[in-house]
Design a binder for this molecule. Structure first.
Ligand code: C2E
Ligand code: MG
Ligand code: MG
Length: 265
């Protein structure tokens, strides 16, 4: 067997049952509103601590989970855990505002068709208000089947949750696309943010995305803000929400609660 294929098969075997063995966990990265600098929510990110191999990057194992179908079991568990956690933040938002949690949904989960039911059940069982749950879909997943995605989005919206388009700008989607597949927010990809100060084209593109999204009533989020200068540029141009290492790395649920308490919730 090809070495790469062999590694993949091995990883798939290891990933099977990883949740039950307690190797998978969810960390939270604070999301900040530029208008007042407050933490208004967090993105839930999956982590895999393998007993022998150590921490495995999501970019590696999420793909294996997606290709093998294991994500169909893992995804709903992440959703459930994130909703339970967000319920604990109920009274911890700055100025008693409720925080939202944002959960990544893979293309396979989107295609499967039972996502709205899973979401509705999760909200019902955890008691989390629908407005406190945001789902992040990747641009490529939405583009690959626009019609099905639009129908799925309508069903998801009927549960009351918000839907964001992740990694926006990397999948060649444009205005017309946003009209056919209505989302509540776009997350400008990290690659644009990284070069904001150096590359006038990236600054122009980002400014245009913000203006375009706002004219459609869509929230704009920028990911991967690592420097104060990037934050200032984005805030100046009206980007609504930002997050990145400059504000905080992803942290455990406990650390996130401490962070909220420190900020004077
Ligand atoms: P994403 O959804 O675009 O998540 C943002 C990624 O950027 C995260 O990487 C986060 O740790 C990282 N990041 C945040 N701020 C900064 C920054 O300032 N600088 C840099 N260099 N990176 C930053 P992570 O946790 O490794 O996740 C990678 C991808 O794996 C995610 O990209 C998402 O597509 C996927 N993923 C993670 N958790 C889940 C999950 O529960 N389900 C699904 N389907 N996908 C997930
Ligand atoms: Mg995301
Ligand atoms: Mg992203």
């Amino acid at each position: 067997m090809d070495h790469a294929v062999e590694r993949r098969v091995h990883m798939e075997q290891e990933l099977r049952g990883a949740w039950e063995r307690g190797e998978l966990s969810v960390v939270y990265q604070p999301i900040c509103r530029t208008s007042d600098g407050r933490v208004v929510g967090a993105e839930a990110l999956l982590r895999w601590q393998h007993p022998m191999l150590g921490m495995i990057a999501p970019s590696v194992f999420i793909d294996v989970a997606e290709q093998s179908g294991l994500i169909e079991g893992i995804g709903p568990r992440v959703l459930r855990m994130a909703c339970e956690e967000a319920m604990r933040w109920a009274c911890m938002g700055e100025g008693s505002e409720r925080l939202f949690v944002s959960v990544n949904v893979s293309p396979r989960q989107l295609r499967k068709g039972d996502l709205p039911d899973i979401v509705a059940e999760c909200l019902r069982e955890t008691g989390l208000p629908a407005s406190c749950l945001h789902l992040e879909l990747t641009e490529t997943a939405v583009i690959s089947d626009e019609l099905q995605a639009a129908a799925m989005l309508a069903r998801l919206h009927s549960t009351g949750v918000k839907v964001w388009l992740d990694d926006f700008g990397t999948g060649f989607s444009g205005l017309s696309h946003l009209r056919r597949v209505p989302v509540d927010g776009v997350k400008i990809d990290r690659s644009f943010v990284a070069d904001l100060q150096r590359d006038p084209d990236d600054l122009a593109l980002t400014t245009a995305i913000i203006a375009m999204a706002h004219s459609l009533g869509i929230t704009v989020v920028a990911e991967g803000v690592e420097k104060e200068a990037q934050y200032s540029l984005l805030a100046e141009r009206g980007c609504d929400l930002v997050w990145g290492y400059w504000l905080s790395h992803p942290v455990s649920a406990t650390e996130f609660s401490h962070l909220l308490a420190r900020r004077g919730g």
